[in-house]
Ligand binder design. Structure first.
Ligand SMILES: [Zn+2]
Ligand SMILES: [Zn+2]
Length: 257
């Protein structure tokens, strides 16, 4: 099992391809989020959609779902995107059911095709996940963890992070996007052996991500298990000196066997 960060930047990065990952389990690969930079990020590391078997979408910001139109149309129209028996392939698409309608709302204008009434199922094997129901990819069970990404008028708009047990028995928590809200995800902070956490490093605060200056105040035992990603293009602080495991670098892979 290997987790590769194909990008590590925030939504507005020019350098780091936003924050999407490829998780490989016994030769099968799941793209974790498909942001608008995802195709460039894959290409930069010598990968392409033919190398993928599934995609997971955490929430609908463009740095996490803006590459879905490309992924839909590229896989659909490529006559060589077939399995070993020559049958047309589709990627498995895992997402929480609350995201499904709005995702298609984002895509349907651009995913029109001659003579076909398209839907998400035209392009993907759709796995629409109920709350508190884990999903399996290549035999490994993943829990979707609701995080507090932001509050709109009155409602919490979540992202759905992932929590799973790696092949080496270590428990992994990937936040995707969350504001600094330790109490809401404390259970997963405590349970995880390794935490991949979005971390804003910009001089201004958007309020929708955990900011480095706030994260510095977390307990030392927790910071030691945290790798930071989803950062700004400006020079990074010395995360190791501040007690973190470090900043993930673009293309960095974690062997979880
Ligand atoms: Zn977001
Ligand atoms: Zn994001």
């Amino acid at each position: 099992m290997k987790l590769t960060f194909i990008g590590v930047g925030g939504a507005f990065t020019r350098k780091y391809y936003q924050s999407n990952m490829v998780l490989e389990i016994d030769g099968k690969r799941m793209l974790i989020d498909a942001g608008s930079d995802a195709r460039h990020a894959l290409h930069a590391l010598g990968m392409w959609y033919q190398d993928l078997h599934a995609v997971y979408i955490s929430h609908l910001h463009a740095d996490h779902a803006g590459g879905m139109e490309w992924l839909s149309l590229a896989t659909y129209f490529d006559p060589t995107f077939v399995d070993g028996s020559g049958a047309k392939r589709k990627l498995d698409l895992f997402l929480r059911s609350s995201l499904r309608e709005d995702l298609w709302g984002m895509l349907k204008g651009g995913c029109g095709i001659q003579n076909i009434k398209t839907s998400l199922r035209t392009f993907f094997n759709l796995h629409s996940l109920a709350a508190n129901r884990p999903f399996k990819f290549n035999g490994v069970s993943f829990r979707t963890v609701q995080t507090v990404h932001f509050v709109d008028d009155t409602e919490i708009v979540p992202s759905f992070g992932l929590f799973w047990t790696a092949a080496n028995g270590k428990k992994v928590f990937l936040t995707t996007d969350t504001q600094f809200s330790p109490s809401s995800i404390q259970t997963f902070y405590n349970a995880a052996d390794i935490i991949f956490h979005d971390c804003e490093t910009s001089p201004f605060r958007t309020g929708v991500h955990a900011h480095y200056e706030d994260m510095k105040n977390l307990p030392a035992k927790l910071k030691a298990r945290m790798w930071l990603y989803h950062y700004f293009d400006t020079p990074l602080p010395d995360a190791k000196a501040d007690g973190f495991a470090g900043f993930v670098r673009q293309g960095q892979a974690f062997d979880l066997n």
